[in-house]
Design a protein around this ligand. Structure first.
Ligand SMILES: NC(=O)C1=CN([C@@H]2O[C@H](COP(=O)(O)OP(=O)(O)OC[C@H]3O[C@@H](n4cnc5c(N)ncnc54)[C@H](OP(=O)(O)O)[C@@H]3O)[C@@H](O)[C@H]2O)C=CC1
Ligand SMILES: Nc1ccccc1C(=O)C[C@H](N)C(=O)O
Length: 597
């Protein structure tokens, strides 16, 4: 057993849950948290969006045995309550029936519960007002600064877990100390402001209790999530600047007029609107992606430190809890102390899924603020409910993400988006869903699902091609051409080997396939998003479907292909990302030459 403690930086949701998992193994755990203890100090209100706990988070909370305590504080939300401008209400269920729901819960309450639970283990201690300011990966130690005395000291651990949120000091230290570290933040042009609806008399609810309320208004929206005490936490998601924005609502009169016009039925209940609008800060919303998430056996990132996401899928906490569950399983599999193997396994399993939920969350913003009010989208949701209630093994994209924790986010994203594209197309073609033959629709959906293992197999063949190129000193990009479930051509980038600037992987693959007649029913696989040269060939030859391993290291000509009617599917394959990341790091000049930079 390790003598030095496992250091966890951050006692947020992820850090506290991870501490419980490790405490159960008998490990000594020391948590360092920059904030004061929120159970003893009033925390600043006004900047916390309510959480929606769903099956992935529940699975982890069940595993550590705290689910009953958590659920006692939660309010069930089996669907969205959509508020039209004229006050008309429409309830849209999330799942196939009321047995599928998400749970509204306050961040502060849940965090306090998890901290108390962690501290109930003798081997866990939380040190508050202790901010991590740097990490020494060589010695597995951190430097912490005391908030009151501003004194710094070094704390020695056996390994370090960064659960310190979106502005993680552990991640910053990795970025400063590791060569080629990648991290990016995509900021939305929207920000958010918290508002509230207090309880009515006798703690009753001003609006329907069991729903997530949305006032979708195209480019922006107001939402309200219920709390157990009868209140609602509301959040306005709104552009920072522009003609209708936080910047433009610069007087109490403008705020009042805007709310009355757009959210008229909510105004009587938003009793502190003026005060809250003036005093609550505007929060920023961004998606953070970074790589690697680990530093050998010395450190690992969990939760927002690894993948801060925008809140629109209600999955940020669920994803963070899933990180803890999977990291715990990896530690069990490789044995306590074998941190390097456990961290590597965790990163392999989680990185693509962290990225996928980041993308899904942005997509759900458009759905919530806009699509939910669109008649074709509503028709599609009705069709999905019909399918879910008729066929046990069909799950809508929303269900895949929210209610199917055994399906990784990356697969939920890939399959869910393909299902959505098909169903939207079918719903556009008919005036009412009764005009569709349900069995035929189901068969088409099933074919999409059955294709997933084949996609994996063909991508593996493309990766094998990429490795051939790498092993011959070339650029590790591979491609295969598939017709009727058979590979009819395979190739890899040979630019270096053949001293030929045109010998990109997809071109090599098409050449190897030879003259094959019409390409209309063929699928081109590539380990990397095609560049304009290869995308040009795709469009020129009329290839209708392209499946890529990744677009993280190179964004390529995805939009160009889509604009020309090509279906582009990104598998977010970690092995493909690793191949290119290593190559670009080792041979930056060679790569820049390939893409003409
Ligand atoms: N509903 C909401 O408004 C929010 C929800 N969440 C949810 O929680 C999920 C999991 O979050 P999690 O990953 O735990 O992150 P959190 O932000 O919840 O927790 C991280 C904790 O670490 C603290 N911290 C930050 N930097 C340091 C440092 N250098 N040294 C010591 N402590 C530090 C943070 O304090 P501080 O906060 O002061 O930086 C915070 O208390 C998210 O995915 C999201 O869904 C997270 C944040 C907001
Ligand atoms: N908790 C949230 C906070 C902010 C914005 C959205 C949520 C959601 O949970 C959205 C829900 N999953 C939905 O799709 O309707």
């Amino acid at each position: 057993m390790e003598k030095a403690p496992v250091i966890i930086v951050g006692a947020g949701l992820a850090g506290s849950l991870m501490a419980i998992y490790l405490a159960k193994k008998g490990l000594l755990v020391e948590i360092f948290e920059s904030r004061p203890d929120m159970r003893a100090t009033e925390i600043s209100a006004g900047r916390s969006i309510n959480l929606a706990l769903s099956d992935r988070g529940i699975l982890a909370l069940e595993e550590v045995g705290v689910i009953d305590k958590v659920m006692a504080e939660a309010v069930k939300m089996p669907g969205r309550m959509l508020h039209a401008k004229d006050g008309a209400l429409k309830f849209a269920p999330y799942g196939k029936d009321s047995s599928q729901y998400i749970n509204s819960i306050s961040r502060g309450g849940l965090n306090q519960l998890l901290m108390t639970e962690a501290e109930s283990y003798q081997n866990v201690s939380i040190h508050f007002n202790q901010k991590c300011v740097d990490v020494n990966f060589e010695t597995s130690s951190i430097i912490v600064e005391d908030y009151e005395t501003q004194q710094q000291r070094t704390v020695q651990g056996c390994t370090i877990i960064g659960g310190d949120g979106a502005n993680s000091a552990v991640r910053n230290a990795m970025e400063n100390q590791m060569d080629g570290y990648q991290s990016s933040v995509d900021w939305l042009e929207h920000g958010y402001k918290e508002l509230s609806i207090p309880p009515m008399e006798n703690a009753t609810f001003a609006l329907e209790k069991n729903a997530l309320h949305i006032w979708p208004r195209g480019n922006y929206m107001l939402i309200a999530l219920p709390n157990a005490d009868g209140s609602f936490t509301c959040t306005l998601f709104f552009p920072h600047t522009g003609p209708v924005s936080f910047e433009s609502l610069d007087t109490p009169q403008k705020v009042q007029a805007f709310f009355e016009e757009q959210f008229g039925d909510a105004v009587p209940y938003l009793v502190n609107l003026q005060e809250e609008f003036a005093n609550n800060p505007v929060g920023k919303l961004g998606t953070l992606k970074c790589y690697p998430w680990i530093h050998s056996e010395k450190a690992v990132l969990i939760g927002d430190a690894a993948h801060a996401v925008v809140p629109f899928y209600g999955q940020g906490m669920n994803a963070s809890f899933e990180d803890c569950r999977i990291l715990n399983a990896c530690i069990d599999e490789h044995g306590v102390g074998n941190w390097s193997a456990a961290y590597n396994a965790y990163q392999q399993l989680r990185k693509v899924n962290g990225d996928a939920i980041g993308d899904l969350a942005v997509e759900n913003f458009y759905e919530m603020r806009d699509h939910v009010a669109n008649p074709i989208f509503r028709k599609k949701r009705t069709l999905e409910h019909l399918l879910e209630n008729t066929y046990e093994d069909y799950h809508s994209k929303y269900s895949l993400v929210t209610f199917q924790p055994q399906i990784p986010y990356s697969i939920a994203k890939n399959l869910g988006n393909q299902q959505d594209a098909l169903l939207m197309k079918l719903c556009k073609e008919v005036t009412q869903i009764e005009d569709l033959d349900l069995a035929t629709v189901y068969a088409q959906l099933k074919a999409l699902k059955d294709e997933l293992p084949l996609q994996k197999k063909f991508m593996k063949a493309a990766i094998d091609e990429a490795k051939k190129g790498r092993d011959a000193g070339g650029i590790p990009i591979g491609s295969v051409l598939v017709k009727n479930g058979e590979i009819i051509g395979a190739g890899h980038n040979q630019r270096v080997q053949q001293n030929d600037p045109m010998a990109h992987a997809e071109i090599d693959c098409l050449k190897q396939a030879g003259r094959v007649g019409s390409y209309h029913d063929m699928v081109l696989y590539s380990t990397l998003m095609p560049c304009y040269l290869c995308a040009g060939a795709v469009v020129q030859f009329g290839i209708k479907k392209v499946i890529v391993g990744e677009n993280t290291t190179f964004s390529g000509a995805e939009q160009f292909m889509k604009e020309h009617g090509v279906e582009v599917i990104n598998l977010n394959n970690q092995e493909c990302i690793d191949l290119m990341t290593t190559f670009i790091h080792q041979h930056p000049k060679l790569w820049n030459e390939d893409i003409g930079e």
